[in-house]
Design a protein around this ligand. Sequence first.
Ligand SMILES: [Zn+2]
Length: 105
Amino acid sequence: MEEQTRLVAAGNLLEAHTWKGMLEASGIQVELKGEALLGGVGELPTGIQNVELWVAESQYELAKQQMASLNAHCPQWKCVNCHEINESSFELCWNCSAERSEKYS
Ligand SMILES: [Zn+2]
């Protein structure tokens, strides 16, 4: 059994599965671990979903590169006016409607 290393902690289960699918498409074995995976349906505390992605140590560097390139494809940006983080698809700040002004990754 190969040693595993924690790659990254996702903010929620959806994000974790998105990353997992992307990494597995690159041939990287990913295991999800975390509180959100425990317990039955309906027992999850809302807003607390700690999900971690674990990969084999031998694939850790590759997985990190994949994560970096994923983030590069979808750069978030931070509003200089109100400092909210916006998704890359937004051209205006969702919070204050200021124009996109800064790349943030
Ligand atoms: Zn703003």
